[in-house]
Design a protein around this ligand. Structure first.
Ligand code: S0N
Length: 383
């Protein structure tokens, strides 16, 4: 089983495009759909490093989430971490960015493992992923199931535009491959010459955050252990959080490691739990139990560890009894106040989608196509 809490009777492998051995063909995550096809379970699968994400992990995560986003049967996504760690039995949701391969000179780690002459610039790697951030199969995020096909999509799928365009990653890793030396100058190391500097150091976990934030489905963080650093921020951006009473732990380590999520991870977190608590969590970087996180308003439910995924599934199934349109509009209404013009745009896109379904809008379209004046007489000026 992919995780001790994973119930094989509930899930089938989700479609994927990876080359790895995990469900859906992934290496760093697993992706499943419930047997009725209505719930996705996407899980970090690097328990030996507390489910830290390397850039390849983020690419896979983005792809699995985007597949779930575009599946019209799926209404709820469970985002979790597999476990326990085979090394020490520890549990994690996610411990954030893999610090060994982070940022400016993360390539040094890669060099230490593989030697200076890496081959990733040359094309798709078929290596299946030692845990070193090196064996990165070339991604196909763009080759994925994009459904955008013209005018209608531009309106009906605001999510596509919302990512601001950086979803063109070809997926070998950026942060890992960053060809700069310690002084910040371009590296002249052998084999580094053709690595795409445009992708270096890119924090594309933020693209995942936006995907979670803007997908018109409910995303539940299912937290079996540590949520730390960028993993903490991911739980913050999820719509709901449910945590293991025994193993759920929260810690915002960003300031310990010279990193800072100055967007949803902190500012939106303060909206959730209040400024004083949020500043405490970041400035002190102390450890909080699931119960304490619940008391602060950071998680919705704390449940016995053994019941965590069962309870999460029950929450999902309750949500699935509701109107998809109502849930979608509510999610975007909750978002809008904190998302500025983008929030308005997303909400407005959904309003336009609804309007397009009315006879009134059909009359406007037909009148244009039939080269006649529209007849608005059947449609009142509502009050
Ligand atoms: C989660 C913590 C609190 C768990 O403590 P615990 O239970 O005592 O376990 P450990 O013994 O510490 O860990 C077990 C093994 O797992 C490794 N490990 C844990 N977390 C990470 C990690 N994030 N990266 C790499 N390895 C990790 C440990 O090293 C240990 O390995 P072994 O057994 O070999 O010794 C505790 O582990 C902890 O505090 N972890 C670090 C949390 C953290 O600071 N995360 C990063 C915070 N910042 C971000 O996430 C921002 C995003 C980011 O960094 C980034 C991402 C992608 C690209 C670029 C960036 C960037 O910022 O530049």
């Amino acid at each position: 089983s992919v995780s001790e809490l994973f119930d094989e009777d509930e899930w089938s492998p989700a479609p994927g495009q990876g080359e790895g051995g995990q469900a859906g063909g992934y290496t760093d995550i697993t992706s499943h759909v419930s047997k009725d096809g209505r719930i996705a379970r996407i899980a970090f699968h690097r328990p030996e490093v507390r489910n830290a994400f390397r850039p390849h992990t983020v690419d896979e995560l983005y792809r699995a989430l985007d597949i779930a986003r575009q599946d019209p049967r799926i209404g709820v996504v469970l985002l979790t971490g597999n476990g326990p760690s085979p090394k020490d039995g520890g549990w994690a949701f996610c411990s954030g960015g893999d610090q060994r391969i982070r940022g400016r000179d993360g390539y040094k780690y890669e060099q230490a493992v593989t030697g200076p002459s890496d081959s990733r610039d040359g094309g798709p790697s078929t290596s299946s992923g030692t845990d070193d951030g090196v064996a990165e199969p070339v991604e196909a995020r763009d080759g994925g199931p994009s459904t955008s096909s013209g005018i209608d999509d531009a309106v009906a799928e605001p999510v596509e535009a919302r990512d601001g365009g950086p979803s063109t990653s070809s997926g070998t890793d950026d942060a890992v491959a960053e060809p700069v030396d310690a002084s910040g100058s371009p590296s002249t190391r052998p084999g580094a010459g053709s690595i795409d500097q445009a992708r270096s150091g890119r924090l594309h976990i933020l693209e995942v955050q936006r995907l979670i934030r803007f997908m018109p489905k409910v995303v539940i963080a299912v937290i079996p252990g540590w949520a730390a650093g960028g993993g903490h921020s991911l739980h913050v951006v999820c719509d709901l959080s449910i945590a293991s009473a025994e193993h759920g732990r929260f810690k915002q380590t960003d300031a310990d490691v010279g990193s800072f999520d100055a967007g949803y991870g902190s500012a939106y977190f303060a909206r959730q739990i209040g400024q004083k608590f949020a500043r405490e969590v970041f400035f002190l970087a102390e450890e909080y139990s699931a119960q304490r996180a619940y008391e602060m308003g950071a998680v919705n439910r704390v449940v016995p560890h053994a019941d965590l995924e069962r309870e999460a599934l029950a929450m999902a199934r309750t949500i699935l009894t509701k109107s998809p349109t109502a849930i979608r509009m509510l999610k975007f209404a909750f978002n809008a106040v904190d998302d500025g013009m983008v929030g308005q745009q997303v909400f407005a896109g959904e309003a336009t989608r609804l309007a397009y379904g009315t006879d009134e809008a059909v009359e406007g379209r037909d009148a244009f196509l039939e080269k006649r004046d529209p007849d608005w007489s059947p449609y009142p000026w509502h009050f």
